[in-house]
Write a protein that binds this ligand. Structure first.
Ligand SMILES: [Zn+2]
Length: 43
């Protein structure tokens, strides 16, 4: 419900995932690599 607009990002390098509201995540906190938006699939 509250996560309706949440988007999940995944680091292309280490696979670290983070969910952000509508903020743009472009850098991995863990390794500093590029973060990529991941489409959320209903499960
Ligand atoms: Zn990373």
């Amino acid at each position: 419900m509250s996560l309706a607009n949440a988007r999940e990002y995944e680091c292309v390098r280490c696979g670290f995932r983070e969910v952000a509201d509508d903020a743009l995540l472009s850098t991995c906190r863990r390794c500093g690599s590029e973060m990529r938006n991941v489409e959320r699939v209903c499960d």
